[in-house]
Design a protein around this ligand. Structure first.
Ligand code: ISL
Ligand code: CA
Length: 564
């Protein structure tokens, strides 16, 4: 690695296209909608956007079921709209990262359709993981794997010839897994990379990066893969499954060959003497951080999402441990770490932080039976933003977090779309609650999401207060807090350099100093305890997540940046 590449310190904003902004009035966000709102992101002060999938897809898993990797779904627009979006982003100085879903295709992909029509053992079936069943007439699945969305990971295909093979799907049955030992699969996806690189994208977010290669022979596995919190009988009392990201379907050594080849593809495009600028980021739920760091190497990916904050309690000791571990494991390979508080798969962080029992551990995914305290959650969420944005490395923001949006916890059942909701027999709420259309303006129908006022999911009435236009220019609003933080982050080159813990505060306070070879840095103090904490005499406050006490003390659930 070099030391100055853009992605090392980048703040990358995740756009979830169906819920960001609707251009044509059908109530579903689209690419023209994104393009028209890119200025909001430039004004916010982020460096790049990552867009969740907008490819041709039957939308069984909101586009993470790709039917054609080289086309835009009509729901989202056209290839021309994609080009226009990329061009406008670049004009505004924003890099563009697109989502690549290589673990599986949609069952409507031409390859899978051909596989269904072809015989067992054919090259068409060889692109996927078709196997004969067990039992006398193959009526039992080939192994005992479970789908991450719940239910079995195998579906049997009706077969006129009577062979009735089964195919593997780690996710929904509409998402058949590709066979990554097949060179044709590798060549095809490399070509898909080239297709989007030629259109000017700056990188790829790689979906389920730890899942492509499965253990030889697909052996049985008795651990848990489901993203469902607290339902694993073998899980420890705190409800966190130890099996997350392990087992024969995940994190196999062979997967690294795939990314080395992809890196060479990216380098073809960077070979024109320009600095290496195109990047790969792994979505890999692999623990511990040292194991995750294996995806981030000089000849592999540049980044991996660090999901440690997604599972953290509001507990200073736990954050200290994660921060130290995350930084150490990646320092060893000379790569930057990343920080993530929210994404489209988890309960929005203000709602996680506002859960009534502070000790409740949830992986933040799917589980949501209790009503969070919205005000407390937002207060903590704003404090978390401040310590995240000062840490060394790159940070990912999820659309709407700059508005302080909470999870929508009371969506009616009949509007939900997440397959995990259906595959768990409605036992889990699913992920729709973090995917509600963004409120842009307080006084328009649908809060200005769409020119017609339509929204594919209903927004809570209370979201008028969160609307972007209601927060713009309003002192103390969450949006202005993010803007100020991102401006100061640039000014103080936060994200670059290192950090050291500041001693002398109570145990439930996180305090660190950022350090750079060439400058002063800032001191971050975050009070995760319950009583106010005195700040050093004469401390110059650069930014605070909420008002300080009259005597200048740092109240509970508040963080500050002090001049270093
Ligand atoms: O594999 C896991 C646990 O070890 C899961 O957490 C997995 O990494 C995660 O579900 C992957 O999510 C991504 O792929 C899914 C899609 O539904 C999500 O929206 C996407 O972020 C299937 O493509
Ligand atoms: Ca639309």
């Amino acid at each position: 690695f070099g030391t100055t590449e853009w992605w090392r310190t980048a703040v990358i904003y995740q756009v979830y296209p169906r819920s960001f902004a609707d251009g044509n009035g059908d109530g579903i966000g689209d690419l023209p909608g994104v393009t028209a709102r890119l200025e909001h992101l430039a004004a916010l002060g982020v460096d790049a956007v990552w867009l969740s999938p907008f490819y041709r897809s039957p939308q069984r898993d909101a586009g993470y079921d790709v039917a054609d990797y080289r086309d835009v779904d009509p729901l989202f627009g056209t290839l021309d709209d994609a080009d226009a979006m990329i061009a406008r982003a670049h004009e505004l100085g924003l890099r563009v990262i697109v989502d690549l879903v290589p673990n599986h295709t949609s069952s409507e992909h031409a390859w899978f359709q051909a596989a269904l029509a072809a015989a067992p053992g054919s090259p068409e079936r060889g692109r996927y993981l078709f196997r004969d069943g067990q039992g006398e007439s193959g009526e039992l699945p080939p192994n005992n794997w479970r789908s991450i969305f719940g239910g079995p990971a195998w579906t049997r295909v009706p077969d006129p010839a009577g062979a009735g093979q089964w195919y593997l799907h780690l996710f929904d049955s509409s998402q058949p897994d590709l066979d990554w030992t097949n060179p044709e699969v590798r060549a095809e996806l490399e070509d898909v990379l080239r297709f989007w690189l030629r259109r000017g994208v700056d990188g790829f977010r790689v979906d389920v990066a730890h899942g492509l290669v499965k253990a030889d022979g697909l052996p049985d596995w008795d651990g848990t893969v489901e993203m469902v919190a607290g339902t694993d009988p073998g899980a420890p009392e705190d409800g966190q499954s130890p099996a997350f990201g392990s087992g024969p379907m995940f994190d196999q050594d062979g997967v690294h060959d795939v990314y080395r080849a992809w890196r060479r593809v990216l380098d073809e495009f960077d070979a024109d003497g320009e600095r290496r600028s195109r990047a790969l980021v792994a979505e890999a739920w692999v623990e511990p951080p040292a194991r995750l760091a294996r995806y981030v190497r000089d000849d592999e990916m540049q980044q991996a999402f660090n999901f440690s904050f997604l599972t953290s309690l509001w507990d200073a000791a736990e954050y200290r441990r994660w921060i130290t571990e995350s930084l150490e494991s990646l320092d060893a390979v000379g790569a930057p770490t990343t920080w993530v508080l929210s994404n489209h798969d988890v309960v929005r962080h203000p709602s996680r932080f506002g859960l009534p029992v502070p000790g409740t551990r949830t992986n933040g995914i799917f589980a949501h039976q209790t009503q969070p305290d919205e005000e407390l959650g937002l207060r903590r969420g704003r404090a978390a933003t401040l310590f995240m944005l000062a840490l060394p490395g790159s940070a990912y923001l999820y659309q709407g977090e700059e508005l302080g949006l909470p999870e929508h916890t009371t969506l009616p059942d009949d509007v939900r779309e997440d397959p995990s909701y259906f595959r768990t027999g409605h036992a889990e709420a699913g992920r729709d609650g973090c995917r509600v259309p963004i409120p842009w303006s307080a006084h328009e129908p649908g809060f200005g999401f769409s020119p017609t006022g339509r929204t594919w999911l209903p927004q809570p009435e209370s979201w008028a207060a969160y609307a972007a236009d209601a927060q713009t220019g309003v002192k103390g609003s969450t949006l202005e807090l993010y803007r100020s933080a991102l401006a100061l982050r640039r000014e103080h080159t936060l994200g670059a350099g290192g950090m050291e813990w500041v001693e002398g505060y109570p145990d439930d306070v996180l305090a660190f100093r950022t350090s750079r070879p060439d400058g002063a840095g800032v001191v971050v103090v975050a009070n995760l305890g319950t009583t106010p904490v005195a700040l050093p005499a004469g401390a110059k406050v650069l930014l605070a997540s909420a008002d300080l006490a009259d005597d200048g003390a740092l109240p509970a659930d508040v963080a500050v940046w002090l001049r270093g």
